[in-house]
Design a protein. Structure first.
Length: 318
C-alpha cells in the first residue's frame, strides 16, 4: 500500500463495513417482534421477567455457520472474480477453516484487538403466526406452544442498558443480497494488495478484520429456505477472556446453563420492562376454551396487567 491513509481507509471500511451494509435494526417501523417458545419457556419468562441469550453455537439450525462459509468459498473460487491466489489461500486458511484463529497464530504477534469468540443470540420473528415456528415449538406431549409479542424498539433499548455490546439485526435470506455484500467486502481492492513481502502485517490485519466480520455475519445470513421465519436477532459479542470471567462470576452477567436434549447450553439473561410485553400468542394446536383466561390470570399474578391473548388463525384438522 502506498500510504497510511489508504491502509487506514481500508481498515475502517472493513471494520465498520458490517454495520454499514447490514445495519443494526432499531425496531422502528415494526411495532412488535415475537418470541416463540415452549410452555416451559413461556412459564419461565413470565415468572422471572427475563429472556435468554443462548450461545449461538447451539442454535437449532446446525447448518447456519457453514452456510456462510460455503457462500464465501463460492465467491472466491469463482473464475470471473480473478482473486489473487495468495489472498484466496489466506481466506481459506483463516476464514473458511474455523479451527484456525489468526489471533492465536504464531505468525501474528500483535492482533489489533481480541477477537470475539462467543456470540449469544435472542431470536424473534416479525411474523406473529408462523406455521413453521409453531411446528418447531409444539414438539411437546400436548403439542402446545406460545409466542410473546414485545414492543421492538423499546425492547432493544432495554437490552442495551444491560448489555452495552448488544445489537439487533434483521436476518438476511436473499442470496443475491448476501453475495453482493460478500463481494463488496472482498472486492474493494484487497485482492491485489498481497504481493509485497514487506506488508505482511497489513495483510494479517486485514484478514483479522475480515475474520471478525464473517464470524458475526454467519449468524445474520441464513439459507432462503428459512425466509418464512422472518427473524430478528439480538446479538451479544463476547471475547474468550470475558467469557471465562462471566463463567465463574455470580450476578446479572454470569453465564448459566440449561439442558437441551442432554446438552448443557450456555446462556446469558436480560430482564425487560413488563410493560413491553404486549400480547401472548397461542399455537393452533390448543383448543381449550379456558386458555385465554388462564394466561391472563397467570400474567396478572406476575405483574403483567395489560396483555392480550391472541389465538392462531392457522386452521388445523385433528
Amino acid at each position: 500500500m502506498n500510504n497510511e491513509k489508504e491502509l487506514s481507509d481500508l481498515l475502517y471500511f472493513i471494520h465498520k463495513g458490517f454495520d454499514e451494509y447490514i445495519k443494526p435494526f432499531d425496531g422502528k417501523g415494526y411495532i412488535e417482534c415475537f418470541h416463540y417458545t415452549s410452555p416451559e419457556g413461556f412459564k419461565n419468562i413470565i415468572e422471572t421477567n427475563k429472556l435468554r441469550f443462548c450461545d449461538a453455537k447451539y442454535l437449532n439450525d446446525a447448518s447456519e455457520g457453514q452456510y456462510l462459509y460455503n457462500l464465501i468459498e463460492e465467491r472466491i473460487t469463482n473464475p470471473l472474480k480473478k482473486y489473487n491466489h495468495r489472498f484466496v489461500s489466506l481466506i481459506k486458511k483463516y476464514i473458511l477453516n474455523q479451527d484456525v484463529n489468526i489471533e492465536n497464530d504464531n505468525e501474528q504477534d500483535n492482533a489489533p484487538f481480541e477477537l470475539p469468540s462467543h456470540y449469544f443470540v435472542c431470536c424473534f420473528s416479525c411474523n406473529h403466526d408462523s406455521l413453521s415456528l409453531w411446528n418447531y415449538y409444539t414438539k411437546t406431549i400436548n403439542s402446545i406452544g406460545y409466542n410473546l409479542g414485545f414492543q421492538t424498539d423499546l425492547l432493544s433499548e432495554t437490552f442495551a442498558k444491560h448489555w452495552e455490546q448488544v445489537k439487533c439485526y434483521k436476518v438476511v435470506y436473499d442470496k443475491k443480497a448476501q453475495e453482493d455484500y460478500i463481494d463488496s467486502i472482498l472486492g474493494i481492492g484487497l485482492s491485489n494488495k498481497w504481493e509485497s513481502d514487506n506488508e505482511d502485517f497489513v495483510r494479517k490485519d486485514l484478514i483479522f478484520y475480515l475474520q471478525v466480520i464473517f464470524n458475526k455475519m454467519k449468524y445474520i445470513f441464513k439459507n432462503s429456505a428459512f425466509k418464512d421465519e422472518n427473524e430478528i436477532r439480538f446479538l451479544i459479542e463476547m471475547s474468550e477472556q470475558d467469557f471465562q470471567k462471566n463463567l465463574i462470576k455470580k450476578g446479572d452477567d454470569e453465564i448459566k446453563f440449561y439442558n437441551k436434549n442432554g446438552v448443557m447450553v450456555p446462556y446469558l439473561e436480560s430482564s425487560f420492562d413488563k410493560s413491553l410485553l404486549i400480547h401472548v400468542g397461542v399455537s393452533p394446536t390448543i383448543k381449550n376454551n379456558n386458555i385465554d383466561q388462564s394466561i391472563k390470570l397467570f400474567a396478572q399474578k406476575n405483574g403483567y396487567n395489560k396483555i392480550t391473548v391472541n389465538r392462531s388463525n392457522i386452521p388445523l384438522q385433528f
